[in-house]
Design a protein around this ligand. Structure first.
Ligand code: ATP
Ligand code: MG
Length: 257
């Protein structure tokens, strides 16, 4: 059953069309991974879903209710049910791990200090970092920061977890650890997970379904086995690591020499 539906969604920034006609379902309880080249609109998709970016046309449904074009107060209610691990996933450097994880609880939920402490403890345990309440971001490795940021996202006990490039910049051991964690949390917390990644190995390992976006459309959606067997040339290029970089990236690379 579809928990989230994108129907004919359009999004442009000035003359640049990111989505011309986005149609995609996210089923309840699944791990759906979104793949696609840099600049294809993966982060934009997640941001449109939680109302950080407005859509230009079409409709987004969550739990059978239209959530595109709703008020900011209504989006606040959506964000209590749909939490996001951001691409940069920055922790607040001036707050210890406990206060970083408690942040959403204080902002979004009405909980006592005892309840907050208990929820923080549970959330840190879920990400494999029990007892790290008093540590400071400056003293943590990149992998640990990611996991604390993940504890912050799941602390509100969302129905949906969105992950934007959760493994980028991590060493192979931490990539595997985060990939395992995504599956573990999906099963243990009974959430629906949408994971955006460049990393084919992670996508193939953790996903119930994979969707590939290219030039504003979903050009493939199916299981990891169906992806491996796809003969769509764009899918093949991406899976085999020959995907062309987009213009923005090309310009950047050129200017960097
Ligand atoms: N707030 C914004 N204002 C203007 N353009 C934007 C904005 N956000 C995204 N874009 C543009 O929309 C396109 C899609 O961006 P998006 O960040 O979704 O790409 P992505 O697929 O997540 O790429 P990456 O893999 O590099 O993170 C890019 O061309 C980007 O420059
Ligand atoms: Mg992105």
């Amino acid at each position: 059953m579809a928990l989230i539906e994108f129907r004919g969604v359009k999004k442009a920034f000035g003359p640049k069309a990111v989505y011309r006609d986005l149609n995609l379902d996210v089923n309840e309880g699944e791990v759906l991974t979104i793949i696609g080249g840099s600049g294809q609109g993966k982060s934009v998709m997640l941001k449109m879903l939680i109302g950080l970016l407005e859509i230009d046309g079409g409709t987004i449904f969550f739990d059978d209710k239209q959530i595109s074009g709703i008020t900011e107060a209504e989006y606040a209610a959506v964000r209590r049910r749909v939490a996001m691990l951001f691409q940069a996933s920055a922790l607040f450097d001036s707050l210890n791990a406990k206060e970083n994880v408690a942040y959403g609880l204080r902002e979004q939920l009405d909980m006592s200090e005892t309840q907050i402490a208990e929820r923080v403890r549970e959330s840190l345990t879920y990400v494999g970092l029990p007892g790290t309440e008093e540590t400071w971001p400056a003293d943590l490795s990149a992998g640990m920061k990611k996991r604390i940021a993940l504890a912050r996202a799941l602390a509100i006990r969302p129905q949906v977890l969105l992950y934007d490039e959760p493994t980028t910049g991590l060493d192979p051991i931490n990539v595997t650890r985060i990939a395992d964690l995504i599956q573990y949390l999906n099963d243990t917390l009974d959430v629906t997970s949408v994971v955006v990644t460049h990393d084919m190995d992670t996508a193939l390992a953790i996903s119930d379904r994979i969707a590939m976006i290219h030039e504003g459309f979903v050009i493939f959606s199916g299981t990891p086995d169906e992806l491996r067997a796809s003969d769509n040339p764009q899918v093949r290029d991406f899976v085999e690591g020959n995907a062309p970089v987009d213009e923005d990236t090309e310009t950047l690379l050129r200017s960097a020499g």
